[in-house]
Structures are given as C-alpha cells and as structure tokens.
Write a protein that binds this ligand. Structure first.
Ligand code: ARG
Length: 403
C-alpha cells in the first residue's frame, strides 16, 4: 500500500456508501492508495432505518467531495419486489431481500457515475459474499472500472480503525454488536459473529422486526390482502401503495412473530453460510399470492410455473437481471398474472401463518360441480366409463406379470 506514490491524477470515483466503517475509510483510501482526485459517495435508501440513512447522508456530506442520497424505496418495490411476489420468489426456501436490492442500487450508482463523468466506481464488499458479484456485474455491464479495497487488501478491523483516526474519519458510535446486518423494506438479514457457527443458537437481540414467540399476542389476528394482477394492492380492504402496504404488514405480521428464517445457505461461490433473516410482510404476501394462484391458474400452468418461479428466483439471487432468460421467464410470469386478482384472508398466530379463505372473479372453480350436496352440472354416471380405462397400462402389465 504505497500511500503518497499514487496520489492524484485519476479523476473521479463514485463510491457505494453505507456510512459504516468499511465504506467510510474507502473515501481516503481511494485518494491515498488508488490515486483518485475526487470521491463522490452515494447512499441508497431502500427502506433501512431512517437513522441509518441520515447517518450515511451526514457522513457522506462531511467526508466526501460530493454526496448523494437516493430514495429508491418506491422503485425497489415496483421494479424488484413486485416481480418477486409474482414469481413467489424464494431462494432455498426464504424470501430473498439483499439480492433484490443490489442490482437496483448498482444501476443507480452507475447512472451517477455517467452523469459525473467518472470512469470508476468503488464498493466495500468483501471477497467472500454474493454482493461483490451482484455489484461488479452491473458495474462491468456499464463499462466502469471497479475498485473494491476490502477485497483487494484483506483489511483487518483494528487497522481500519487506526486508518480512520489518522484520516479524521468519524468512527461509527461504538458499534459493539458483532452482527453484520443488511436491511431493506422487504427483508432484514443478520450474519457474522457467533452466528457463523451453525450450531449456535441465535440470541433474541438479533431480531428487530419480529417479536419473540413468547411475546406474540395470545389471540390470532386475521388480515385480508387484495391482489390485482399478482400485485398486492390492499390491506384489510384499504387500498395502499406498495411501500406503505409492506411497511404496515411488516409491523402486523412481525408482532405475531411471523417471518423468521435461520438457515444454512449456499452462496453463489459455493460457500455454505449460516444466515438469519426476518421478513414478515414477504412471508405473508408470497404465501397469500401463491394461494390465490391455486384458485385461478390451471393445473398445467401451476405445475409449469413452479419450474419457472424457481429458475427466476435463482437468477434473481445471482443478481443476473440482464440475463435474457430472466426476462423471458418474467414475460411468462407476467402473462400468468393477468388473472391473479382477488382476496386472500390470512390468520397470524404465534409465529404461524394460515390461509383461511380466498376469492377471485377469475376462480377456475365451480362449487356446483365439486359439491357433495348438489347433482347439477356433472352427471356422476359419466364417470363410470372414464373409470373403466383409468390406469389401463399398469393394469395390463400387472396381468402379464401374474400370468
Ligand atoms: N446471504 C444473503 C445474500 O447473499 C444476505 C447477505 C446480507 N449481508 C449482510 N451483511 N447481512 O443475499
């Protein structure tokens, strides 16, 4: 790390900025070690706590040559969360969040780089996770040089703190929790510290959105979610914009301790990692949406869509939003959503979620036909002939084997 040798001359770099220790020391590092003249920081508000957005904004304004804070909440929900709901998107069983937000953040940072005439972008990702890949992919697609100091120099925390002090970078107010948290409106993920031991029982303190089971209300609560073309549009009969609906539902379902995951996850690189998540609204909305699909889609559509959803989710997890297949699958998914309109009632109780009822003007369902109580529509005698030939091939083989 040759400090003065490279100083200056490289122009402007735009840095993805959270205000944490890593991305904060990247500001002087990009100048002193990489030779950039001007560092522009960009913080993205995707629904993390307001105090964090404010902290990043204040800090960026203080230490960078120029700072942007982008409110991406609405775009995040419209462009990434809604498609994920339509795709019932789960990765290895959990509703992903970080993966959905990174491509948007990176794309917006790339726009600012263009606007500011910067040829390079920086990020604070390490070399072990998925986020480096998701960021790099978008930045490379935009023809930008990528600087990732944390990944390039195996930095240690004590060195980082000393470097921050030497360069007058305010260190985040005594952050004595060992957890690494990534949060957006759709999901909160907690990793690091002792959570890295798969057998370690997570302490209650890691959860901020979901109540402990013992504190969840003793009475169940039934809520009603309205969908239009696969998108949630109302909560308990009240029309709501996406961001508001998700924020409200996170509170309601979180109170009932709905929406936690503790799991070992396969990262893109193949590393297995222990991950803890909370995502109350996502859990409820995906379950309700998938239930409504069962009412309105045909048996063949449902079967095929499972495969499509699964593949869509994997590409979304990898952040490959420019992969042609991602768009092909999206087109199929959108077509199926034309009939996914209706209402689903969900009961929340002590960490559990139960679908209580569903209705839709597009239900491929006839109470008359299926009912035990009526004899209209279907003449049961028609089934006698059908039944005669049912499983014919297996019966023939069975006969052959027993001759
Ligand atoms: N494992 C998840 C993913 O790759 C979440 C990572 C979030 N990062 C964090 N520092 N908690 O999408």
């Amino acid at each position: 790390m040759t400090e003065e040798a490279q100083k200056g001359g490289k122009g402007t770099v735009v840095l993805a900025f959270s205000g944490g220790l890593d991305t904060s020391i990247c500001v002087p590092i990009l100048k002193n070690m990489y030779g950039y003249d001007k560092v522009i920081t960009v913080a993205a508000d995707v629904g993390q706590p307001e105090s964090e957005v404010k902290m990043a904004t204040d800090k960026g304004n203080l230490i960078a040559d120029k700072h942007y804070t982008l409110d991406l909440k609405e775009a995040f929900v419209r462009e990434h969360v809604f498609p994920a709901i339509k795709a019932n998107a789960l990765y290895e069983g959990y509703p992903m969040g970080t993966a959905l937000a990174r491509p948007l953040i990176a794309s917006e940072i790339a726009k600012i780089a263009k606007q500011e005439g910067a040829k390079a972008v920086g990020h604070g990702c390490t070399g072990k996770g998925n986020d480096q890949l998701r960021f790099d992919y978008i930045f490379r697609l935009n023809g930008l040089d990528i600087i990732a100091p944390m990944r390039e120099h195996n930095m240690r925390r004590d060195w980082e703190i000393e470097y921050a002090e030497q360069n007058n970078i305010p260190i985040p107010v005594k952050k004595d929790t060992p957890w690494s948290v990534d949060e957006n409106i759709w999901s909160r993920s907690i990793e690091g510290g002792r959570l890295e031991e798969p057998a370690y029982h997570p302490p209650e303190e890691i959860y901020h959105w979901t109540a402990a089971l013992k504190d969840a209300p003793d009475e169940p609560e039934i809520i009603s979610i309205g969908f239009e073309n696969g998108i949630p549009v109302s909560l308990n009969g009240e029309k709501m914009a996406g961001v508001d609906l998700i924020v409200a539902l996170n509170k309601i379902a979180g109170k009932h301790s709905v929406g936690r995951n503790d799991m070992v996850e396969d990262r893109v690189l193949g590393l297995k990692a222990r991950e803890n998540y909370e995502h109350p609204a996502a859990t409820v909305l995906i379950a309700a949406h998938a239930d409504l699909e069962k009412l309105v889609l045909s048996r063949f559509e449902l079967k095929f869509k499972h495969i499509v959803d699964d593949q869509w989710a994997e590409l979304a997890y990898m952040g490959l939003i420019h992969e042609p297949l991602y768009h092909d699958l999206g087109a199929f998914i959108n077509k199926t959503q034309e009939r996914v309109t209706g209402t689903v009632d969900v009961q929340l109780f002590k960490g559990g979620l139960h679908i209580m009822g569903r209705s839709s003007p597009f239900a491929l369902y006839s109470e008359d036909l299926v009912s035990f109580d009526t004899n209209t529509g279907i003449d049961q005698r028609d089934s006698i002939g059908y039944s005669k030939y049912y499983g014919l091939q297996g019966r023939l083989l069975h006969q052959l084997n027993n001759e």
